[in-house]
Ligand binder design. Structure first.
Ligand code: B12
Length: 222
């Protein structure tokens, strides 16, 4: 079997396991893939991520239900639980691109999108500390100091919690922290990001990685 055919078959099988919500098969396929030479970053970036991106579009167009999205995210998480630690191990002080603190801001418990962004940032070569959901401003600030982070990535999907993003960014400025900020999530927009002084805004996880890479070389908004 040529490498290309082997690769296509692997991608097809992984997609099938995900759409069947078959965690066990997915985990064994991922282990097999790793055993036959696939890189963890390849599997997350080129196989898992496109599936999630597609699901994000489908939920917006009501092609899949919310329950289906949760099952899909839960299935993919089983693969990420194996792959992310391996990606982490492969990054050392010289190859890591930067340190990111990520969380969903205070008052908001939506975390699927943020988890996806965290996984993509890890896959893209960043060391990510995920503070979870409903994270108070002080926790972000403490984590930045503890991890000597380069970037805060904050998520919110709700209009009422936009204020928490604003509060977080105000605190970053008040403390004169030398840190870049990137925000995203349903309730946010490029206009809002500019208004509250975030360094970057992204529409989805891949756009987020692209913007993060640009931030690290000193480029802010487009
Ligand atoms: C799933 C969901 C839930 C789940 C969350 C499960 C979980 N564990 O996360 C549950 C059922 C718990 C839930 C609860 C609520 N929800 Co809800 N929920 C949704 C729904 C349907 C999908 C969100 C989602 O997971 N999308 C899939 C992920 C993968 O995509 P994503 O989150 O958009 O993330 C992508 C991008 O936005 C971006 N991104 C996200 N964060 C970040 C961060 C950074 C740094 C970057 C760069 C990028 C980025 O990248 C991601 C991946 O590509 C949305 C509707 C929608 N279309 O978004 C409503 C929605 C967000 N919910 C809403 C509401 C109102 C609520 C509740 C208040 C309902 C209630 N009355 O109890 C509660 C919230 C309570 C609280 N205090 O937080 C509203 C918000 C409306 C508003 N204007 O404020 C929405 C928009 C539904 C609606 N149309 O009314 N919800």
């Amino acid at each position: 079997m040529t490498i290309r055919v082997q690769r296509e078959e692997f991608i097809r099988n992984v997609n099938e396991a995900i759409s069947d919500w078959d965690k066990e098969r997915l985990v064994s396929l991922v282990m097999e893939g790793l055993g036959s030479g696939f890189m963890p970053i390849e599997i997350t970036g080129q196989v898992l991520l496109p599936v999630l991106q597609k699901a994000c579009r489908e939920i917006d167009s009501h092609d899949i239900s919310f329950a289906e999205l949760l099952l899909l995210a839960d299935t993919i998480k089983a693969a990420l639980d194996i792959l992310i630690p391996k990606i982490r191990e492969s990054l050392n002080e010289t190859t890591v691109k930067g340190r990111v603190i990520i969380g969903t801001v205070k008052g908001d418990i939506h975390e699927l999108g943020k988890n996806l962004v965290a996984a993509v940032f890890e896959s893209g070569g960043y060391r990510v500390t995920d503070l979870g959901k409903d994270v108070p401003t002080d926790d972000f600030i403490r984590a930045v100091e503890k991890e000597k982070a380069d970037v805060i990535a904050a998520s919110t999907l709700m209009t009422p919690t936009l204020i928490s993003i604003e509060e977080l960014l105000k605190e970053v400025r008040a403390r004169k922290l030398k840190i870049k900020t990137i925000i995203g999530g349903w309730a946010t927009s490029p206009e809002f990001a500019r208004k509250v002084g975030a360094d970057a805004w992204a529409d989805d996880a891949l756009d987020g990685l692209f913007k993060l890479d640009r931030l690290m070389v000193g480029q802010n908004h487009d």
